[in-house]
Design a protein around this ligand. Sequence first.
Ligand code: ATP
Ligand code: MG
Length: 213
Amino acid sequence: METSIKKTLSSAKRLGIMGGTFDPIHYGHLVAAETARVELGLDYVLFIPAGEPPHKKKLKITDAELRFKMVEISIKNNEYFKASRIEINRKGPSYTIDTLRELHRFFPKQDLFFITGTDAMMDILAWRQPEEIFKLAKVISASRPGYESQKHLAEIYSKFPISKNRLYQLEIPALAISSSYIRSRIGNNKSVRYLLPDEVIKLIEDNKLYVNV
Ligand code: ATP
Ligand code: MG
């Protein structure tokens, strides 16, 4: 973990964690993180781009450093948002449980809140060691257009009773934006303005990302 982040976050009590591939980051991610921060009274939200997303092995993923850079420039004006390389620096697939264990080691006194979109929450039963995830962090499932959480929440609650007090649905302003949608628009030479920060669009253009998808 970066020393500067350890220092800043050590005084925090409630720490949000926003994981994702961020290929590229967009306003859906940012509004989910900001709404969770405000609604749950989080001191900070830590953005953690996945090194190797275990569920996206077959897809071609943009270089981790570029994804990290896109995250960094998107969050630089929010003093409560930080970005960490812990998953990028770890070898092998990025499992949430490993990340939470590492964070818990660095921040043993903090309450950890893992923020996901409803689509990601619906997959949680397929993640590595879901029960351990619930022990280490509360999981916040941010609403996402097109995904209904009720049935999945009920299934997770019944399979892992510990999750009853540790998994919440959070209503956020609905943005039907996804990284795949952005990549496909760029591939089709269509505008992506107002779906993600201008500076990220500039970085995408300068590096000719997503042109051939
Ligand atoms: P892709 O289309 O490549 O899967 P994505 O837009 O889903 O990209 P990810 O990096 O996969 O972005 O998502 C990281 C996290 O952000 C996940 O928990 C996902 O559910 C959440 N998320 C992404 N977009 C939104 C959105 N528009 N509203 C709410 N949550 C979102
Ligand atoms: Mg996704």
